[in-house]
Design a protein around this ligand. Structure first.
Ligand code: ARG
Ligand code: MN
Ligand code: MN
Ligand code: MN
Length: 314
C-alpha cells in the first residue's frame, strides 16, 4: 500500500506535557522502515504547522471551559486540512500524535472523504478512556477527553474545527474498545447515545478475538472505511509506560498484537491514529517501539505466512 505519515505534535489537549515529542519518537523507533520492510511505500509528510487561533477567536463558553482551546483548535484545523489532502492523494494515512484531540481533525477529515467517496465510516477507538466528555461534562477541562463527542456531532465543540464541515459519526458506528476509566456523566452520555462500549470486563470474559470478530463481521467490506484510533493507554502501563493518563489493567502485548493482526486480515482499515505517546515519561523508547511494532502488525507483519484460508477459523 501507499502509506502517508503525518506528525501532529500537539500536547495542549492533555494535562501532562510531552506528547509533542510523539511523532519524533515514533520516527526514531523506525516506524517508516518497518512499513517499507513489509513491502509498502511510505511517504513522510512531516509535521503539521498549526493555524494561528487565539482563545478569543472561539466562543467564550468553549474557551472558558476548555484548557488551551485556541492552541488545540490551531492543530485540529491544520491536521484536518493535511489529512484531507493525503486521503485525496489516495494514500492511507497514519497520523502520529500528539494527544488524542488530534483525532478531531483527522477523523473529521476521514468522514468528509468517506462522504465524498460513498463509504460508511466506522470508528474503532482503542483506549482505556471513552473520550466522550463535552465542555459541559468534563471534570478536567482537557480537550483530549472530548474528541469522540465532537466527532459524534457535539455542537459546543464544533468551533474547534473552524469553517470546516463534516458529517458526524453515527453512534452505532463507534466502537470503544478497552474501556476501564470513565467519568460519571460521560458514562450516562454513552448509554444515552448508544455507543458500543467494550470494557476490560468483557475482554477478560470473552477475549479480544471474539469481541473484535463480532464487530468486524457486521461490516460490509465493499462499503466500509474503518478508522482505528490507537491511544497508548489502551495498553497496560507495564507494556507501555509512556502515557500521561495510565490506567492499570490494560491490554497485554499479545492481546494488542492480536487485535492488529485481525484488523489487518479484515482488509477494512483505511486510516490510523497513534496518539498520547509521551516520550518524556517513557523508559528508553520502549513504548514508542511497541507502538511501531503494533503498527507493523496492522500492516501485515506476521510470524508465519498465513495462507488466505487460514485467516478466519470461525
Ligand atoms: N476522562 C478524563 C478527562 O476527560 C481523562 C481523559 C483521558 N483522555 C486521553 N485521551 N488520554 O479528563
Ligand atoms: Mn480514497
Ligand atoms: Mn484517548
Ligand atoms: Mn486514553
Amino acid at each position: 500500500r501507499d502509506i502517508g505519515l503525518l506528525g501532529i505534535p500537539l500536547e495542549a489537549g492533555g494535562a501532562v506535557a510531552g506528547t509533542l515529542m510523539g511523532p519524533a519518537a515514533l520516527r526514531t523507533a523506525g516506524l517508516a522502515a518497518r512499513l517499507t520492510g513489509l513491502g509498502h511505500r511510505v511517504h513522510d509528510h512531516g509535521d503539521v504547522t498549526p493555524a494561528a487561533v487565539a482563545d478569543r477567536d472561539l466562543p467564550a463558553e468553549l474557551a472558558a471551559r476548555c484548557r488551551s482551546a485556541g492552541t488545540v483548535a490551531g492543530f485540529v484545523r491544520a491536521a484536518h486540512e493535511r489529512a484531507l489532502s493525503i486521503l485525496e492523494a489516495g494514500r492511507m494515512p497514519v497520523f502520529m500524535g500528539g494527544d488524542h484531540s488530534i483525532s478531531m481533525g483527522t477523523v473529521s477529515a476521514v468522514a468528509r472523504h468517506c462522504a465524498a467517496t460513498g463509504r460508511d465510516l466506522v470508528l474503532l477507538w482503542l483506549d482505556a478512556h471513552a473520550d466522550f466528555n463535552t465542555p459541559a461534562t468534563s471534570p478536567s477541562g482537557n480537550i483530549h477527553g472530548m474528541p469522540v463527542a465532537m466527532l459524534c456531532g457535539d455542537e459546543s465543540l464544533r468551533p474547534l474545527l473552524g469553517e470546516h464541515r463534516f458529517p458526524p459519526l453515527a453512534p452505532e458506528n463507534v466502537h470503544l474498545f478497552g474501556l476501564r476509566s470513565i467519568d460519571q456523566e460521560e458514562r450516562r452520555a454513552i448509554a444515552l447515545n448508544g455507543l458500543d462500549g467494550i470494557d476490560m470486563r468483557l475482554v477478560d470474559e470473552f477475549g479480544v478475538s471474539v469481541l473484535l470478530r463480532r464487530i468486524l463481521a457486521d461490516l460490509d467490506p465493499a462499503r466500509t472505511h474503518l478508522h482505528v484510533s490507537l491511544d497508548v493507554d489502551f495498553l497496560d502501563p507495564e507494556v507501555a509506560p509512556g502515557a500521561g493518563t495510565p490506567v492499570p489493567g490494560g491490554a497485554t502485548y499479545r492481546e494488542a498484537h492480536l487485535v492488529m493482526e485481525m484488523l489487518h486480515d479484515s482488509g477494512l482499515v483505511g486510516s490510523l491514529d497513534i496518539v498520547e505517546l509521551n516520550p518524556f515519561l517513557d523508559e528508553r523508547g520502549r513504548s514508542a517501539v511497541v507502538l511501531a511494532e503494533l503498527t507493523a502488525s496492522l500492516f501485515g507483519r506476521s510470524v508465519l505466512d498465513r495462507p488466505a484460508g487460514q485467516r478466519g477459523i470461525a
